[in-house]
Each structure stands twice: as C-alpha cells, then as structure tokens.
Write a protein that binds this ligand. Structure first.
Ligand code: ADE
Length: 228
C-alpha cells in the first residue's frame, strides 16, 4: 500500500475531495492510505502558536520552525522511508514525471504552509520543495490535494483500464493528449473528424499522433511567449 501523509493546519480541507470518486475508491480498496497530521498539535507553547512575524519586518506571518520540524520528525517516525515534500511557490514545478517517480516510493509526506510561507530553516528538513505553478495560493493545501489526486490515479489497480494512465497527456515527456470526441457525430454544426468514423485503425492512430504533436507544439510556443 502507498502511504501518503499530509502536514497541515486545515485537515478538513481534504475531507470531501478524498471522499469522492477515484480517491475514495482507492482508499476503500486499501491501495493507498492518507493520514492527516495537524501541525498545531506539535506546538508546545501555551497558545499553540504556529506562526510569527518576519525578522527584518514586512507584512504577513511565517510558519515557525519548531512545530513544523516536530511534525516532520513525527511523520518520518511513522513512515521512515517517506519522501517529504514542502509545497511552496518558490519550489520546482510539479510534473507527471515526478508523480511517476514518487509512486515508486513507499510514500510521500506533503507539508502545507499558510501565511506568507515558511521560516527558511525548515527547508533543511525536507527532501524536495515543489510548486504547482507560477501563481500564489492561500496555502499549500490545494497544491497537496492536486498532487494526491495525480499520485492516487497512477497507483496499480486504481484505474479501471490499465491503459488509461499510460495513455495520459504528459506520460510521454511534454506530449499532450490528442482531441477526443463522443456522440453525437454532429453537434451545433461541429462535426467529428471523418477519420474517427472511418474504422481505419492505422489512419486513426496516425491522426491522433499528429494532432497530439500539433497541440503540444502550439502550447509550447504559447508558454514560451508567456515566459518572455
Ligand atoms: N503555496 C502557495 N502557493 C503555492 C504554489 N503555487 N504551489 C505550491 N504551494 C503553494
């Protein structure tokens, strides 16, 4: 079984998404366990304080090192081989390649921050720092939830058809999925490409491959333009 742990101030954030659809079935089937750990439980002062103002001044509050590091240590004690990931907009971008790599590990621990971020010294206690993209979330929780979902659907036995995960967008590095169509064959004047109705499997495969490459090139160009 793959063991996921989440260190968070808001464990309830995950309740309903994990109680739906694929994650729900995977948990019920014993293919994955997801343990929530409340960071505040590791605060030892009388107010159970988990945040404080930044040295040098400036707005916002930072996650304090003592409770966060104590929570990381507890997570490593529970799951000695866990891969500890800090969610932060300054981390490396999460990718399908990372998801495929992480599911080979015994489990992951996802560390979610709130406020303006973490005290920098906490970085020394994690294995990797990961961002969901170049935008700022109000905390690491939505990022952790996306990662959990991406991992769970890749676990052996989770998806109905073993080909589905293999055929995903991005499974081949940087290549997007091809366009898909279902009934009706004509919707508001928009027709399904003839080749898909032809029954010619080789022609369909060639069309899909070409469309996937065309889409990927187009998106890479758009992304490059945005990065300039
Ligand atoms: N916390 C806040 N913004 C984030 C992002 N983009 N990725 C991961 N964690 C975050």
């Amino acid at each position: 079984m793959f063991h996921a742990q989440v260190l968070t101030l808001f464990p309830e954030f995950f309740d309903s998404p994990l109680a739906c659809s694929i994650p729900k079935r995977a948990i019920a089937a014993g293919l994955v366990s997801v343990e929530m750990m409340q960071i505040r439980d590791f605060a030892t002062d009388k107010h159970r304080q988990v945040d404080d103002s930044p040295y040098g001044g400036g707005p916002g509050m930072l996650m304090k090192p003592e409770p966060v590091v104590a929570a990381i240590r507890a997570a490593r004690k529970r799951q000695p081989d866990t891969h500890v990931v800090m969610l932060t907009p300054s981390g490396e971008r999460f990718t399908q390649a990372k998801a495929l790599d992480w599911i080979e590990k015994p489990g992951v621990t996802l560390l979610c921050g709130r406020y303006e971020g973490f005290d920098e010294r906490i970085c020394d206690y994690v294995d990797e720092q990961i961002s969901m993209g170049d935008y700022v979330l109000s905390g690491g929780e939505p990022a952790a939830l996306s990662i959990l979902d991406a991992l769970i659907r890749l676990l052996p036995g989770v998806l109905g058809s073993p080909e589905s995960a293999v055929l995903d967008s991005f499974t081949e590095e940087g290549i997007l999925d091809w366009p898909h169509y279902t009934r009706p064959a004509c919707f508001e004047g928009k027709s399904v490409p003839d080749v898909l109705l032809s029954g010619d499997h080789a022609a369909i495969a060639a069309w899909r491959e070409a469309e996937a490459r065309r889409r990927s090139e187009r998106r890479n160009k758009t992304n490059q333009k945005c990065a300039e």
